[in-house]
Design a binder for this molecule. Structure first.
Ligand SMILES: C[S@@+](CC[C@H](N)C(=O)[O-])C[C@H]1O[C@@H](n2cnc3c(N)ncnc32)[C@H](O)[C@@H]1O
Length: 262
């Protein structure tokens, strides 16, 4: 089982963009970590709307991408029609990549394996299509500490328990779980810091995003349950944060986990 992202295609880019400076640092760190050159064969697993791929495509002759969601890749096709990058897109499951063994110099994925139930099999298939000496690179973001976002999502999950609804993602639960799985391969593993920045979180904005159910962990919540729960979540947020429109400074960090195949 995986979470189908078709419903997010129309708004994904507006809600998930990194600040431009951090985006650039993340791409630069990826290109450096993978030793990507113009002739490298590079695959993005779960390419989505090309939020990352459109920038990576500037560094290679041709980029390859797979995704389960036709709608997400449809948005990317629209971008490609305007900006002529060469990206080969295939609708496929990360668990069974439609490529031969040892095809790519670099395989990378951003925010995907928490959505894939057989995530261990998907990691292993990414490694299968990698040439010896090639790099498998996975986003390794860490939101620092107890941010409003984290607290609100945890409280939402708690409120949903009485309705028997779980917001647990189907795939890997933490990035550390991915690290532990990749450690079993005996490849050379390292974590590369890409960017660190401060960002304001506004509880009212997060509440609105939760209410609009734009994050995949809220997609399974029936609307009538959401309507019952949101006033309770708002009350809790007011008790916890006070003025909900007041920005709260948080620290964010973007990192890559890099495994070089032996
Ligand atoms: C959170 S989005 C990330 C998209 C892109 N990597 C980015 O960072 O903008 C997750 C993507 O993974 C895709 N996805 C989820 N499960 C998948 C699977 N089993 N195989 C391939 N793609 C999958 C979704 O369709 C979605 O496009």
């Amino acid at each position: 089982m995986s979470i189908v992202f078709d419903r997010a295609a129309g708004y994904y880019d507006q809600t998930r963009a990194l600040p431009p400076e951090q985006h650039r640092e993340m791409i630069d760190a990826l290109v450096r970590a993978g030793g990507i050159t113009y002739d490298s064969r590079v695959l993005e697993v779960g390419i989505g709307t090309g939020r990352i791929a459109m920038s990576v495509a500037e560094h290679v002759r041709r980029l390859y991408g797979i995704d389960l969601s036709r709608e997400m890749m449809g948005v990317l096709r629209g971008k490609l029609a305007v900006r002529g990058h060469a990206i080969d897109l295939t609708q496929a499951n990360a668990v069974w990549l439609p490529f031969g063994d040892e095809t790519f110099d670099v395989v990378y994925a951003v925010h995907v394996y928490h959505l894939v139930q057989s995530w261990q099999a998907a990691l292993s298939d990414a490694r299968r299509v990698l040439k010896p000496g090639g790099s498998f690179i996975v986003s390794f973001h860490k939101r620092q500490g107890e941010t409003p976002n984290r607290k609100l999502r945890r409280e939402l999950a708690r409120l949903l328990e009485s309705y028997g609804i779980s917001t647990k993602r189907p795939g890997s639960q933490t990035e550390d779980e991915i690290l532990t799985e990749m450690e079993k391969w005996n490849d050379s593993l390292r974590i590369v810091e890409a960017s660190r920045w401060e960002q304001d979180e506004v509880p009212a904005v997060i509440l609105d995003e939760l209410d609009r159910q734009i994050f995949s962990e809220t997609w399974m919540i029936p609307r009538d349950v959401m309507d019952k729960i949101m006033p309770r979540l708002r009350d809790w947020a007011e008790d916890t944060f006070g003025d909900l429109s007041r920005p709260i400074a948080t620290e964010a960090e973007a990192r890559w986990l890099v495994a070089q195949k032996t």
